[in-house]
Design a protein around this ligand. Structure first.
Ligand SMILES: [Zn+2]
Length: 281
């Protein structure tokens, strides 16, 4: 499942391999995943040059030279493949493509092909700068955005009555944090995922903010170390505590426990993430 670190890995590779290239073909198998019809998409995107690739939350955003933005929103199980097209290999590939089943998404550039083979939930949006701004204003900032300071983070989180985990995963507060990373961030901050955000002290919110940046940055670095982000969807599973009920806590050895928050499992170390004193009675 691609989270922010995996998507950031894709973004770096796309930025390296697609910038300056022109869109030669663009196709989506499931047209219900498009916000415009395919004809309009082709009119506005074919032949356009990619200026740069941005990530916001788990959205990948191609900035085109006509001011349009092409937003790729991967589904939970999706993997993005970025392949260099060998000179002369195109005909061969087109032939096999005609025989094989059509990929869920394919973007062919001058010398690179970007493909999602299978997907049920992939979305592709063509937006103007204004439309993208509008969408972004309705959502929380990217957790690694330079504009998100500790103070702004505190302001966004203060007085929230939801649990810590629900707040981290609330897209209106922060873009793109999934369940796995929410558990690991709460663990790194030494805070129980079920604690109510409005009961946290200022110092705890600051710790949460720093832990969030640390966990995501570290996962991005691990991703880079692997060198192959395309199959990096499990990169973070060997680390952290998410999904590891009964296994020893990497910090203190106490078995990891599991609880339900909003009917979904949350993982924590009862020793390293104690309940706040007020809740113990
Ligand atoms: Zn522990």
């Amino acid at each position: 499942m691609p989270g922010i670190p995996e998507i950031e890995g894709y973004r770096k590779r796309l930025d390296q391999h697609t910038v300056g290239q022109r869109i030669r073909s663009l196709d989506m198998q499931r047209q219900s995943g498009l916000n415009v019809d395919l004809e309009r998409l082709h009119d506005l995107a074919l032949g356009r040059q990619i200026l740069f690739v941005e990530r916001r939350g788990t959205d990948l955003i191609f900035h085109l030279d006509n001011g349009q933005r092409l937003v790729v929103r991967l589904g939970q199980e999706d993997e993005l493949h970025i392949d260099r097209l060998e000179a002369g290999a195109e005909d061969e590939e087109l032939k096999t493509a005609a025989n094989a089943s059509k990929p869920a998404f394919s973007l062919r550039l001058d010398s690179v092909a970007v493909t999602v083979v299978k997907s049920r939930t992939l979305q592709l949006l063509l937006l103007t700068a204004k439309e993208l701004d509008q969408q972004q204003r309705e959502q929380g900032p990217d957790p690694l955005s330079r504009h998100l300071t500790a103070e702004r983070f505190r302001q966004r989180f203060a007085k929230r009555r939801s649990t810590l985990k629900a707040a981290l995963m609330n897209p209106a507060l922060l873009a793109g944090i999934d369940s796995r990373y929410a558990d690991d961030i709460a663990f790194a901050a030494g805070l129980r995922p079920s604690v109510r955000v409005d009961q946290l002290q200022e110092e705890e919110l600051d710790r949460l903010f720093l832990s969030m940046i640390h966990v995501l940055q570290e996962a991005i670095e691990r991703q880079d170390g692997r060198g192959a982000a395309a199959d990096g969807s499990t990169a973070s599973l060997s680390w952290g505590i998410a999904g590891k009920t009964g296994e020893p806590c990497p910090r203190c050895g106490t078995p990891i426990e599991e609880m339900l928050i909003q009917r979904k499992p949350a993982y924590f170390c009862p020793q390293c993430q104690p309940l706040p004193p007020a809740d113990e009675s």
